[in-house]
Design a protein around this ligand. Sequence first.
Ligand code: SF4
Ligand code: SF4
Ligand code: FES
Length: 390
Amino acid sequence: MSVEQFKLRMRRYNPESGDAPYWDEHTVELEPHRSVLEGILQARDRFDGSIGIRCSCRQAICGSCGVRINGEPALACHTHLEAAVRGAREGAIEIEPMGNMPVIKDLIVDMDAVHWTKVRRVTPWLINKQPVPEREYLVDHDSMVDVTQTMACIQCGACVSDCLAMEVDPGFIGPAALAKAYRFVGDPRDDRQFERLNDLAQDPQGIFDCTHCFRCVEACPKDVDPMGQIMRLRRIATSDYQIVDRNNGRRHEAAFTTLVRDYGLNHEAELLPRSYGGNSWFGKFAPAAGKELLSSLPVIVKGLLRGKFNPKTAIFGHKLRKQDLDAVRAIYEKVEGRERRYELNLYVTGSDEDAEAPDAKSETGTPSEPGATNEQVPIASGGAEESAGA
Ligand code: SF4
Ligand code: SF4
Ligand code: FES
């Protein structure tokens, strides 16, 4: 393949210099299938030895080279120049440091200040069940497959970079650390499942701080699905352990699900009272609901003035046709009527499992005892064989 020219526009910044950040452009010459990282390294070798970039493996394994390419989080070593140039504005591939973390120099961010501090927050090691067996713990296969998805994390920080909740609340524990928390909550050898969940549920910046924006799911180069792991932590905390958190997260979720069951769609005016006072007539007068309503008034008025919602529907709820409402309720009956909860674990289970009959799948040993089971659905790409770190 012949060499082509690619224009790289890099964000440069040295906090120690006292100068403002600026854009720096260099044209590199490489085959199109080479990576953006190789382009940066060539620019550094040929034009400016002071360009700051962190990298190691160059194979999407070590997680060092996380940056933003054309505004999207990515591993520089795992992004081809030909792909990056397709999304480039004015023909220049824009490369910036990751977001939500302070810049140390140019494209290097301080992972320790944010990412690793949050990972340490979730006690990222196994706390053994006692007594410790004389030889090894025996763990059933499905339980380990279940946590393999989170073990695939390479700690690149791409999800942290794009987490919208962290942008608003930098104290939020965040997607990577919470995915790591599931890795131990889901491990049947761990002795602190309840304590871990209770801690993360009660923390105002814990599992209920996530806003389900899906950015971490899109950002992750290893299909770890951090948001999915956070939702699983919530389900185990609320459904299995019935943890009532001081953030009102459990009641708020229950309010949503019961409102959709009752009205077929969310009922805005009922959401607050039901979140604070439960599903009863007296609940409407819960003092905390009134307080929250007052603090939300400016947002409500703004939404009303901008025509974001219909006041009549917001106050009286949606009126669905009876057959539509019945169809919604039938879904609830089906799901709630199940003896066990099914979790979708969209991860590679390996060729042995692919060959297995459906009956041979998990009967026991889900990480989320009591009550839950998981279902592994093989997918074609990604894979445990690429994973690093535990
Ligand atoms: S889904 Fe939650 S954790 Fe993931 S980026 Fe959005 S707010 Fe952050
Ligand atoms: S969850 Fe994905 S995006 Fe986040 S640090 Fe791990 S590998 Fe990177
Ligand atoms: S250099 Fe290791 S992941 Fe890119």
